[in-house]
Design a protein around this ligand. Structure first.
Ligand code: DGY
Length: 325
């Protein structure tokens, strides 16, 4: 008998075909994710689950899926999954690192540039019929070239940001729990051991750390207070890394110059959230990895993880390898 799998959203056709060759597959075809209640029902007798970051995979869900062997998350991040619980139950969890690194770095840099040079605001200015003349004081932004970029978290994505920044003649600082001397040599980036020092020195600050209990609200009122009034803040990691009320206040009061964010504390952000009233903020709907090529690669990788788990093999990209050791 074929193993059963549930795929919680429509993904690349070839990835689905690859899964369908060996498993009985059910795919959730709606644009919106299945509700938690529906997900509980769908996983009842599955061997494998291909989940998205919008699916909460917790103890209750694992209780509802007694045959579950593998959870393959279509994302590099996996804060939507209770890994400790999965490990306890011998369920392997897979993710999709690497393939989305540069695509994510591209959008972080796109936000940085858009915000610094007020591109979105300028577009609105033109469309609203406010372009009356060339003005020496109109829509002035911040220079990117030769400015100082502070990267929080020099992992794969942080490194790619650093490379882009060097191309713009930026001075690059980074803060991380682990110092990376090789990256310092190769990229000419400078390690700052104290986060507060980086926050008060950098012109641009970009966050690239995973969401963990210790990184929740890593940036809040006191961190924004340290930033320069000309600072540009970028978040493409996870929304809860930032205290969103503090971000709003920092932007509204001019404590910082502007922000570009791809993620919010609750996703999607409510349309009446005060952040959306601000001109000095550009927001995108968690699309950092959303290129045709990258999403296909992520889907293929997620399918390979899922199939390996169904076969009882170690996943090519496993976040809890201790399960099979
Ligand atoms: C991830 O993979 O974790 C991103 O947030 C979505 O691509």
């Amino acid at each position: 008998m074929k193993p059963k799998v549930f795929v919680s959203r429509l993904i690349d056709r070839d990835a689905l075909d690859m899964i369908a060759e060996v498993a009985e597959i059910e795919v959730w075809g709606d644009e919106l994710p299945p509700s938690y209640e529906v997900l509980l029902e769908k996983v009842k007798d599955v061997d494998g689950l291909l989940s998205l970051l919008s699916d909460r995979v917790d103890t209750t869900l694992m209780d509802a899926a007694p045959k579950l062997k593998v959870i393959s998350n279509l994302a590099v991040g996996y804060d939507n999954i209770d890994i400790t619980e999965a490990t306890k139950r011998g369920i392997q969890v897979g993710n999709t690192p690497g393939v989305l690194t540069e695509t994510t770095a591209d959008i972080a840099f796109a936000l940085l540039m858009a915000v610094a040079r007020r591109v979105v605001e300028a577009d609105r200015h033109v469309r609203k019929g406010q372009w009356k003349t060339w003005g020496p004081m109109i829509l002035l932004g911040q220079d990117i070239h030769h400015a100082t970029l502070g990267i929080i978290g020099l992992g794969r994505i942080g490194i790619e940001i650093a490379k882009r920044a060097r191309g713009f003649n930026m001075n690059v600082l980074y803060h991380d729990v682990v110092r990376n001397e090789e990256a310092e040599r190769q990229l000419g980036v400078k390690y700052i051991s104290e986060l507060n020092e980086l926050l008060s020195t950098a012109d641009f600050i970009s966050v690239h750390v995973p969401l963990l209990p210790g990184t929740h609200h890593l940036i809040g009122v006191s961190e924004f207070a340290l930033m320069k009034p000309t600072a540009v803040f970028i978040n493409t990691s996870r929304g809860p890394m930032v205290d969103q009320k503090a971000l709003y206040e920092a932007l509204r009061s001019g404590k910082i110059f502007a922000a570009g964010i791809d993620v919010t504390e609750v996703e999607p952000i409510s349309t009446d959230d005060p952040l959306l009233t601000l001109e000095n903020m550009v927001i995108t709907p968690h699309i950092a990895s959303a290129s045709v090529h990258t999403r296909r690669n992520m889907a293929m990788m997620a399918a390979e993880n899922l199939l390996a788990g169904l076969r009882g093999e170690v996943l090519p990209n496993c976040v809890n390898p201790e399960v099979t050791q």
